[in-house]
Design a protein around this ligand. Structure first.
Ligand SMILES: [Zn+2]
Length: 127
């Protein structure tokens, strides 16, 4: 296999990861970490039998989300599956937002500590 063949194979794998993750931004939507795309998974907001929306999550965050879903059904159970799906989607989205809000607060606290630790007007150096 030539170097060109390897590069082409690598680009093809990257493209397949982007297609699977539905993005070229290889960042976990929950913890904000940058990961190799092979270490990311497409996580559905609610189980896919309810809706197909989602985003990339690192395997750790996806496992934590999925673990909590194990106590709930993976598909509509009621006589009104569309209403149930919308309700389940909104509850799951609320859980996503809660986790994302925790990450935003954590990032904010980190920035505030960094602001105190850096010398005066250090932001001018970050351009
Ligand atoms: Zn993560």
């Amino acid at each position: 296999m030539t170097i060109e063949d390897r590069n082409e194979a690598s680009e093809l794998r990257l493209s397949k990861h982007a297609q699977r993750l539905r993005t070229w931004e290889f960042i976990c939507v929950t913890c904000g970490g940058h990961f190799h795309p092979a270490a990311l998974e497409y996580s559905h907001i609610a189980p896919r039998k309810f809706h197909d929306d989602g985003g990339p999550q690192c395997r750790n965050c996806h496992a934590a989300f999925s673990d909590e879903e194990r106590d709930l059904p993976y598909g509509p159970q009621s006589q009104n599956p569309q209403i149930e799906s919308i309700g389940r989607y909104l509850l799951a989205l609320s859980a996503w937002f809660s986790r994302i809000a925790e990450t935003i607060a954590e990032f904010g606290r980190w920035l505030m500590q960094l602001a105190d630790a850096l010398p005066e007007n250090a932001e001018g150096a970050v351009q």
